[in-house]
Design a protein around this ligand. Structure first.
Ligand SMILES: [Zn+2]
Length: 139
């Protein structure tokens, strides 16, 4: 009988410890500031918002933003799709909290040569002027 009681006490302690461990994991998450996001604007319209902590690749094709696999690039598109006379295409990568315009079919390639933006230099957006595209970091 005594052993059963001891066992109950031990199980009780284990449950309390697990409960406290769970709380100490959850509370900082709940109190944490909202994470920073990448915001993509095209001609002043918000096309996309994506949390910086989640790695992803996006293709902006004309007025549409779409998540794509990391392997996808301009060369995966058809000749028509990447033809600058027909479509405006930008590829954007969010990786390790940094945002980069990896490829574009714009005429000056300034967006591609702009250094990656992150929360450290959140005031400097990446701009693709020929496509009217702005990549910025917002709270
Ligand atoms: Zn550009």
């Amino acid at each position: 009988m005594k052993n059963k009681k001891e066992l109950k006490v031990i199980i009780g302690i284990v449950l309390v410890v697990l409960f406290i461990a769970g709380l100490s994991y959850l509370i900082p998450k709940l109190l944490a500031k909202p994470s920073q996001k990448l915001r993509v604007l095209k001609n002043g319209e918000i096309l996309l918002e994506h949390e910086l902590v989640k790695d992803a690749k996006f293709m902006i094709l004309d007025q549409e933003a779409k998540e794509v696999p990391f392997e996808e690039s301009l060369s995966s598109l058809s000749d028509d799709e990447r033809n600058p006379a027909m479509h405006e295409v930008n590829f954007i990568e969010v990786k390790d909290g940094k945002v980069l315009c990896t490829e574009s079919n714009c005429n000056n390639q300034i967006c591609v040569h702009t250094p990656a933006i992150s929360k450290e230099n959140a005031d400097l957006p990446i701009v693709c002027l020929p496509h009217g595209l702005i990549l910025q970091i917002v709270n």
